[in-house]
Write a protein that binds this ligand. Structure first.
Ligand code: DP6
Length: 418
C-alpha cells in the first residue's frame, strides 16, 4: 500500500511467515560467503496460526537510510549486516521495475509471536518474512523457480525452507551452477516435496524447555564442527544422502513409523556431531534427555512409533505425532512436565498450552496405567517448571501477504515503527 502524499509516497507491504523444524538437519557450511550447506536437509513447515514472524517492509525517497526494528526495538547498524544486505539487494535485483527501487532506502519492522530466545527457529521465520515482504513490496519476479529461496538462504540457511509450506527440502546445490547475473550456487535452494495438505493428520507438540541462553550460535557451532568432527564428514558422505531418499519416500507414503525413526535418528546424530566437535557443544540438557527416554518408553509400550522427537540448536523438544495420538502424547507430557503455575490452576486456563481446546482435551484424558508404569521406569518424577510452555500445532503453508493495514508495523505516514 502507499500513503496519500503523492510527491514522496511510502510504498509498503506486510507478510507473515512460518517457522520450520528440520527432520534431517542442516549442520555445516560448504561456502560461508554464500551460506550454502555441506548437506541436503528437509523440514516440516509449521502453522503460522501458532508460530509466525510478521514483517513490514517499506520504501520511500523520504527515507535517509535503511533501518530495521525487531520486536519493537531498533537494531542500529543491523541494516549493514551481510545477511540483511544479501536479502535487500538480492530482492531489489528481481524487482519488476528495478530502476524504481534501486535508490530507495528501506525500513523493515518485524515481530515474532513466540519468544525469540526460546530457540524456536526465529531466524528461519524472520528471514523468510523479510524476503517475502520485500518481494511483495517490489513485485519481485523469480527468473527460475526457487530463486527467492536462494536469497533467504543468505539471510539464514534454514530460512530458505520457510518460503514453502508442507514438507520442504533444501538441496545443497553446486558452486558451478550460476544465474545469468553470475551468482554462484543458484541451485542451493528449497524445493517443496509435499504441500501442507498432503499429510493432514501430522501434528507437532513443542515443549519449550527452561533455558537461560543458547551457549553457541548455529553459525559458530557448525564452523567448529566442520573443522573438527570426523563424524560430520561421515554424515555428509554416507548418512544424509540415504536418509534424504528414505524420509522423502516415508513422507509421501505417510509412513509414520519410518518418518519418525529417521527423524529421531537424525536428531541424535546431529547432537552426536556436536559432542564430536572439539571442543564439544551441548544443546540438549537433562530435561531434553528425559523427554527422549519417555518417548522411547511410550513407543515401546505401544509397540509402534507413535511420537518422534527432534532437537535443534537448543534444549526444546519438537515432537511429531499423528492426530489420533496427539492428545495421549500431550497428556503424557503434561503428566511428567506439569505447568509451572500453581497446582491449583487448571492447565487449560493458565496459558501453559497455546491451544485451549488441546489443553482441555489433554486435561480430560486418562492415561493408561500400564503406560504410566512403563514410562515411570525411566526414573522421571513429575516436576513443575522444567517445561515453560507446550505448543500444539500442525503443518501449514508458506508466507502469506497481509493486506489489512492494521497488521503492519510501520506508520503509513512516517514509515517509522508503530
Ligand atoms: C540445527 O539456519 O540458524 O536448526 O545459516 O548460520 O543462519 P545459519 O544457521 P541456521 O541453522 C539451523 C540449524 C538447525 C538445523 C536445521 O534447521 O536444519
Amino acid at each position: 500500500s502507499t500513503n496519500d502524499d503523492e510527491s514522496s509516497p511510502i510504498w509498503m507491504a506486510t507478510v507473515s511467515a512460518p517457522t520450520n523444524i528440520a527432520c534431517i538437519k542442516y549442520w555445516g557450511k560448504k561456502d560461508a560467503k554464500w551460506n550454502t550447506p555441506t548437506n541436503d536437509s528437509v523440514s516440516v513447515t509449521l502453522d503460522q496460526k501458532d508460530l509466525r514472524a510478521v514483517t513490514t517492509a517499506a520504501a520511500s525517497i523520504k527515507f535517509e537510510k535503511d533501518r530495521l526494528w525487531l520486536n519493537g526495538e531498533e537494531e542500529v547498524g543491523a541494516s549493514d549486516s551481510k545477511r540483511f544486505r544479501a536479502c535487500v539487494d538480492g530482492v531489489k535485483a528481481l524487482a519488476a521495475d528495478p530502476s524504481k527501487w534501486k535508490d530507495l532506502k528501506i525500513h523493515v519492522s518485524s515481530y515474532n509471536t513466540f519468544p525469540t530466545a526460546a530457540g524456536l527457529a526465529s531466524s528461519a521465520a524472520g528471514y523468510a518474512a523479510l524476503v517475502a515482504a520485500l518481494a511483495e513490496l517490489m513485485s519481485a519476479k523469480e527468473t527460475y523457480q526457487g530463486q527467492l529461496t536462494t536469497i533467504a538462504r543468505q539471510g539464514s540457511g534454514s530460512a530458505c525452507r520457510s518460503l514453502y509450506g508442507g514438507f520442504v527440502a533444501w538441496k545443497a546445490g553446486s558452486a558451478e551452477v550460476s544465474t545469468e547475473g553470475g551468482t554462484p550456487w543458484a541451485d542451493s535452494m528449497a524445493v517443496q516435496i509435499a504441500d501442507e495438505n498432503h499429510w493432514p493428520e501430522l501434528r507437532a507438540v513443542i515443549m519449550v524447555v527452561s533455558d537461560e541462553k543458547k551457549d553457541t550460535s548455529s553459525t559458530a557451532g557448525m564452523s567448529t564442527s566442520v573443522a573438527t568432527s570426523t563424524l560430520l564428514q561421515h554424515r555428509i558422505a554416507k548418512v544424509v544422502p540415504e536418509r534424504m531418499a528414505s524420509i522423502e519416500k516415508a513422507f509421501l507414503e505417510k509412513d509414520f513409523e519410518s518418518f519418525g525413526e529417521l527423524t529421531m535418528k537424525d536428531s541424535n546424530q546431529f547432537h552426536s556431531v556436536c559432542a564430536d566437535t572439539y571442543p564439544p557443544i551441548f544443546y540438549m540438557n537433562d530435561v531434553s534427555r528425559t523427554i527422549v527416554r519417555i518417548v522411547h518408553a511410550y513407543n515401546k509400550w505401544a509397540g509402534e512409533t507413535r511420537v518422534a522427537y527432534t532437537y535443534d540448536a537448543g534444549p526444546n523438544a519438537v515432537l511429531y505425532t499423528l492426530e489420533k495420538y496427539v492428545v495421549e502424547v500431550g497428556a503424557l507430557m503434561a503428566h511428567y512436565f506439569p505447568s509451572p503455575a500453581t497446582a491449583t490452576t487448571a492447565a487449560a486456563a493458565d496459558g501453559y498450552f497455546n491451544d485451549s481446546t488441546f489443553a482441555n482435551d489433554v486435561t480430560a484424558f486418562t492415561l493408561n496405567s500400564e503406560l504410566l508404569a512403563a514410562t515411570n521406569k525411566t526414573g522421571r518424577v513429575p516436576n513443575a517448571g522444567d517445561v515453560k510452555k507446550i505448543y500444539h500445532t500442525k503443518s501449514g503453508p508458506g508466507p502469506q501477504v497481509l493486506s489489512n493495514e492494521k497488521d503492519g508495523n510501520l506508520d503509513l505516514k512516517t514509515g517509522l515503527n508503530t
